[in-house]
Ligand binder design. Structure first.
Ligand code: PHE
Length: 339
């Protein structure tokens, strides 16, 4: 009997829920429980009358003690909130595992770029998604009959306005508003009437940059671009300029960076050329400066248009542009909640 009580106490000490408790009660005091059946498994014939009486007394004591121990354990479990019936809150339980949302990879790269440019005294501006034809085309030296309009398939609105096809649409607005000297970047969403595939989207992001001051030259352009890319990719990035045509810059360039994957040896990513076309840029055309109210005889400047979507894909190794606008949480959850 003493052994049984000790065993019971030990099991009750380990009980963590009311289900545990019920299992123990059945095992000891249920119909086939080890206390209940004690009288059946005892050979009374081998006991004297005194011993029988003693057995009866001790048996009743054991039952009582067992019932009391069960009741105490029940009270303990309910107080700790371990029981379903209690409704109490157990502050020691682990959390439900909900996590905060994460930042979109484009936001992450945009924030990083803003920080880098702010470090070089550039201000951060923004423009309008719905833009006037004037700012998107004419003021950028692209008159209505200019073939360069064909390069940018445009969503026209019925009221004659359009969804901006590039962040360059904000160049003249910034010049009109702030004048020269000016150092500004303006990131934002752009739209083109594209067939969507693995590397084309009708909605994408660019960061435009504009620096206008007295005596700004191509050397400044190269220095700023190289400094930017070194910081974004955390390494010494090799760059080269090739001629490129955009009506709002003269001369205009395509800036390539040496492939970050093969370091110039040639691989699939750079189509075996060793270089990756990264950003169009050039010296701001005098016509554009004049549209912005800035005298091209006194001031010069450079502009660049960085594909933010493309940069984010390169930086994070995202192979498929459609993931960007998919809203798929399995994709989004892979990025950190904060920088
Ligand atoms: N706006 C151009 C485009 O989207 C890129 C560009 C920007 C080129 C600034 C030169 C200077 O294609």
């Amino acid at each position: 009997m003493d052994d049984l009580k000790r065993q019971l106490d030990q099991e009750l000490g380990q009980a963590r829920s009311l289900e545990d408790l019920e299992r123990i009660r059945v095992a000891y005091l249920g119909k086939k429980g080890s206390i209940t059946t004690l009288s059946r498994t005892t050979d009374f014939g081998a006991l004297g009358p005194e011993e029988r009486k003693d057995f009866g007394r001790r048996f009743n004591e054991l039952k009582q003690a067992a019932e009391q121990a069960l009741a105490e354990t029940k009270a303990r479990l309910e107080q700790a909130g371990g029981g379903r019936l209690s409704g109490a809150v157990d502050l020691t339980l682990p959390g439900a595992g909900r996590r905060l949302g994460s930042l979109h990879p484009i936001s992450l790269v945009q924030m990083e770029l803003e920080q880098i440019f702010q470090g070089m005294s550039f201000v951060v501006g923004s423009g309008f998604h719905v833009e006037r034809e004037h700012y998107n085309f004419d003021a950028l030296n692209i008159p209505p009959d200019h073939p360069a309009r064909e390069m940018q398939d445009t969503f026209w609105l019925t009221n004659g306005m359009l969804l901006r096809t590039h962040t360059s649409a904000n160049q003249v607005r910034m010049l009109e508003k702030h004048g020269a000297p000016l150092r500004a970047i303006f990131p934002g969403r752009c739209f083109r009437y594209e067939n969507v595939d693995a590397s084309h989207e009708n909605t994408f992001y660019q960061v435009e940059g504009l620096m206008v001051d007295k005596g700004v030259t191509i050397s400044h352009l190269i220095a700023v671009m190289k400094s930017l890319l070194d910081q974004v990719f955390h390494q010494d990035v090799k760059v080269r300029l090739r001629p490129g045509y955009f009506p709002f810059v003269e001369p205009g360039f395509e800036l390539d960076c040496q492939c970050l994957i093969c370091h110039g040896a040639g691989c699939k990513t750079c189509k075996h050329s060793g270089w990756i076309e990264l950003l169009p840029c050039g010296m701001v055309h005098p016509v554009v400066l004049r549209h912005g109210g800035v005298d091209p005889e006194q001031y010069s400047g450079f502009a660049f248009g960085l594909g933010l979507t493309r940069l984010a894909m390169m930086k994070y190794g995202i192979p498929e542009i459609r993931l960007m606008n998919s809203g798929d949480v399995r994709f989004l959850e892979q990025f950190p909640a904060a920088v």
